[in-house]
Design a protein around this ligand. Structure first.
Ligand code: C2E
Ligand code: CA
Ligand code: CA
Length: 765
């Protein structure tokens, strides 16, 4: 552009202008100087000069004038008015036609006017035309009009852009309902736009307001804070974003957000300009959301609490508050995983309260509950806080400990627990005493199986209880095998009862002097489907634990009575039948009733009771039964006499019909004078009290002779007859083998297999 200007400048310079010619009349050198200076100024100012002189009939157009329109400067342009009009923008043409005469006439409104003219290259050029009449003819009509044209296209464009911009801004403010203000801080005045007036509910009031008017509009609760933050930003000369409530002209409360910044205006005055918009809806929504969120959170908390308490209930024992079996199951898995990961050992202590049932039975359930709570508290006190204590059933508890090695520690814990639980507890004036048995199993390593561990602790507990209670036992593999065998046997016994596999065998008893049959003792046998005929050693102890011996005793008696009737039909009438009665059966309160139902012939049945049943600690049920036996004509014999420590006096209170000397005392008779003395004194006691004496384990004819000489009443033993099935009894009696003294070497068909383990019967067999 500058280059262009320079070019025009040089051209203007080289060509003397017509308008300048008039000046030449004065000082020519001065005139030339002035002209060139004038030309430079014109070119520099970008003004295109035109000169219409009607007197001379000339029209002059400067180079710049031509350049504005894209004409070559050397073109001889004569300015035809009609032609020129065609170059004007159609929208401006009428206006220009009207404006020119007014300009010439000197109308100040038309001294300058603007219009568009087509550039030679086809585009529109905005031109600012300044002109005036400078000479008039005699009649006063305009004779010469001179003026300048300026290319104002660029200015027009920026004006247009500005207009467009402000239109857009206005639209944007309108759409977003943003109000704008400008405050003069020194004057304490502020100017609001219409939107702001509407926002504050003061439409139609003056736009210029005192600052206090705005302050008055602020909500009283927000006023101080809003003004403070404003003066703070004023001090720090920092823009600010505020949110405050206002009370509108119509009394409504609204929330306004406002962003503003400080600036110095052209006169150096400090001003604050800003935009405000109404965020009431947004804030309401935000508040609603916040409230809803708080509500939801509160509800969640309630739900969480409910869930937690449900879970707590599901995982805890209501009475003691300890974790329950379910929780234990979960914890077993967790602890086992921890142990597997960290190479630790998991120990399970299975605790069972001893004598708890008695407390429950004698003092009532409330006492029992109190004891359980007490035990729970003690247990927790005996272990580390990280150990897990659960109540898994009536009076059973489990403790889980994680330790670095299965060491003495466990033993110490168990001892401590037992010691603590052994201390008497006072309850409503009673001293309650109970104890505890503990089974312990511990294991670690990658193969750690927590369920197996729990089973193992249970097995150990069983052993602890079996070996005397109030003690602890560690699990061992042997114990486990044993338990498994016992378990299997228990199942088989129950099944055997169902299948009627238990039968009586009979061992005949003889009169010592005449060797006539004096009676039979029934001995239980189990016809096991796999193992054949089994003697009591194989099943009696377990049957006792199972509480099945009474059942066996009862069915043996029943079968014996039936067999006796059968033998009678074959011609053998036995003077009496002895059956063994377990202590359980003896204590059965329903026993008398059952016996009555069997219609037992009086004087025929003897009950063999073990010497270990001492009358001293017999309970009422036993004493009642003993009375009933006498009423029913059932005799009592004291079995295994001489082995127990029971006082003879107390035994005599049972008024037995016979004493059966234990076979251990009989065995050594031939060799031992001492034994003979002992047996003789037993026989003497019996005789003086009119109680019969039977010798068991009579194995040889030597025994027979010695016992007869000692004055024993009845003999029972292999020397004379082995136990045999009912079917063989009549023939055996008929053939009287025992008299031939050869019985000892002959075994009846189907005799019991010898017990496998070292039992009493076996040792002497
Ligand atoms: P017990 O009442 O002392 O029975 C006598 C045991 O001695 C029987 O063993 C018998 O076979 C065995 N015996 C008999 N003569 C001789 C002999 O000359 N030498 C030797 N060494 N032993 C002889 P069994 O049948 O094995 O019974 C063992 C124990 O089982 C019985 O001892 C008894 O206490 C108990 N028992 C047997 N049957 C029953 C029953 O039906 N009910 C109850 N509750 N207990 C029973
Ligand atoms: Ca017996
Ligand atoms: Ca016996």
């Amino acid at each position: 552009m500058k280059q262009q200007e320079k070019k025009s400048a040089s051209k203007a310079d080289s060509k003397p202008k017509a308008s300048a010619k008039r000046m030449q009349a004065r000082d020519p050198s001065d005139l030339a100087d002035r002209e060139s200076r004038w030309n430079y100024a014109l070119v520099g100012s970008g003004l295109g000069v035109w000169d219409h002189n009607d007197r001379t009939g000339t029209k002059y157009y400067s180079d710049t004038w031509k350049e504005i329109r894209g004409m070559p400067v050397d073109e001889d342009y004569q300015g035809n008015y009609e032609e020129w009009l065609t170059l004007l923008h159609p929208d401006d043409r009428d206006y220009v036609i009207e404006a020119i005469p007014k300009q010439i006439a000197g109308d100040p409104d038309y001294h300058v006017f603007e219009y568009r003219e087509r550039h030679r290259q086809g585009h529109w050029v905005w031109i600012e035309c300044r002109g005036a009449c400078v000479e008039w003819d005699e009649s006063g009509a305009p004779a010469r009009i001179v003026g300048t044209d300026t290319d104002i296209t660029a200015r027009k464009r920026s004006e247009e852009m500005l207009e467009q911009l402000s239109r857009r801004l206005d639209l944007a403010l309108e759409i977003t309902r943003i109000g704008v203000f400008e405050a003069d801080l020194e004057a304490g005045m502020v100017e609001w736009d219409d939107r702001l007036l509407t926002m504050y509910g003061v439409e139609g009031t003056p736009r210029i307001k005192r600052a206090e008017e705005w302050e008055q509009a602020l909500h009283p609760d927000d006023r101080e804070c809003t003004l403070n933050s404003l003066s703070e930003s004023l001090e720090k000369d920092r823009g600010l974003l505020q949110e405050f409530r206002i009370i509108r002209g119509d009394g409504a409360e609204r929330v306004i957000r406002s962003r503003s910044a400080f600036f110095l205006d052209a006169e150096g005055k400090r001003k604050l300009v800003g935009a405000s918009w109404d965020v009431t809806e947004e804030v309401n929504l935000r508040n609603d959301l916040q409230k809803a969120k708080e509500l939801a959170e509160a509800r969640n908390q309630e739900l969480e609490a409910a869930r937690a308490s449900i879970e707590h209930l599901a995982l805890h024992d209501y009475l003691t508050g300890l974790p329950n079996r379910r929780y234990l199951d979960r914890m077993l898995d967790e602890r086992a995983a921890t142990c597997r990961e960290n190479g630790l050992t998991l120990a399970v202590l299975h605790i069972d309260l001893d004598r708890f049932k008695q407390i429950n039975d004698t003092l009532g359930h409330r006492a029992g509950d109190a004891m359980l709570k007490h035990a729970a508290k003690l247990l927790k006190g005996c272990v580390r806080s990280t150990d897990f204590v659960a109540r898994i059933g009536g009076d059973e508890f489990v403790v889980l400990c994680t330790i670095d090695s299965a060491s003495k520690k466990l033993s110490n814990i168990a001892v401590r627990i037992i010691r603590e639980l052994n201390k008497p507890v006072r309850y409503e004036g009673h001293d309650c005493r109970f104890g505890a048995s503990i089974g312990i199993a511990a294991d670690g390593g990658p193969e750690l199986d927590p369920r197996q561990l729990l089973l193992n602790a249970d097995i150990a507990l069983y052993r602890a209880k079996a070996s005397g209670r109030n003690r602890h036992e560690f699990f061992s593999k042997d114990a486990r095998r044993n338990i498994i065998a016992v378990k299997r046997l228990s199942d088989e016994i129950l099944l055997g009862l169902e299948r009627d596999e238990f039968i009586p065998y009979y061992q005949l008893q003889f009169d010592a002097r005449t060797l006539e049959v004096a009676g039979v003792e029934t001995l239980a046998r189990w016809r096991h489907p796999e193992h054949g005929l089994l003697a009591p050693d194989h099943f009696l102890t377990i049957a006792e634990d199972l509480d099945a011996v009474s059942t066996i005793d009862a069915l043996i008696l029943e079968k014996a009575l039936a067999d006796r009737a059968g033998w009678a039909e074959e011609g053998f009438v036995t003077p009496k039948i002895s059956v063994n009665v377990s202590s359980r059966r003896l204590a059965d309160p329903g026993l008398a009733k059952k016996l009555r139902a069997q219609k037992i012939e009086p004087g025929v049945v003897s009950f063999e009771l073990l010497e270990s049943i001492s009358l001293d600690d017999c309970d009422d049920a036993v004493l009642a039964n003993l009375r009933q036996f006498r009423k029913l004509g059932i005799d009592i014999e004291i079995d295994d006499f001489g082995t127990g420590r029971a006082s003879i006096v107390s035994l005599l209170k049972l008024s037995p019909r016979r004493l059966k000397i234990d076979r251990e005392l009989i065995r050594m008779l031939p060799q031992s004078a001492e034994q003979r003395k002992l047996v003789r004194s037993i026989i003497d006691i019996g005789r003086s009290l009119n109680i019969g004496v039977t010798a068991e384990g009579v194995e040889t004819m030597d025994h027979v002779r010695i016992l007869r000489d000692l004055g024993c009443d009845t003999l029972q033993g292999y020397a004379l007859a082995r136990p045999m099935p009912a079917s063989q009894v009549p023939a055996f009696v008929r053939e009287e083998h025992w008299r031939q003294g050869e019985t000892a070497s002959r075994r009846p068909k189907g005799a019991a297999r010898q017990p496998l383990n070292g039992s009493r019967a076996n040792k002497s067999a």
